[in-house]
Design a protein. Sequence first.
Length: 155
Amino acid sequence: MDKKAQREYDRKRYLQKKEFLLLQHKEWRKKHGKEFEKARYVRNREKRLELSHRCYEKNREKRIAKAKEYRKNHREIFRKAEKKYLAKPDTKLKLDSRSRANHSKIKKDKCQACGTKEILEYHHEDYINDKIIILCIFCHKKLHRRGLSSIGLSL
């Protein structure tokens, strides 16, 4: 077989395989398309947050069970980490501040950045002056990654 004939043969096989794979992909999308929404590629912030919250709630019990099991099986690691944490000089300040926040009159009613009422946390901007912001878990993570301006807040 000369080079031209070989090239033509390879091209035909490639096109046959390509059609087969495309058909297989289309069938899979028909069968599983609704289960796997394109959460990563959704550009609308509200939809992305809704999908994220839904996924969090759907798998919450599994994650809690896994975490408990891991803690149970690795007690020594957690004990060492706790001793190390308690030995730090600013730990007492943080613990006292958290205690005051939990017993203060500030209620966790909604996130100050996005307004959601689910999975709320306190964020201490300054442990000495007790500047506290109430944020949902998603805005809290975003704040620690990118800063206050990323969630639209300023102090």
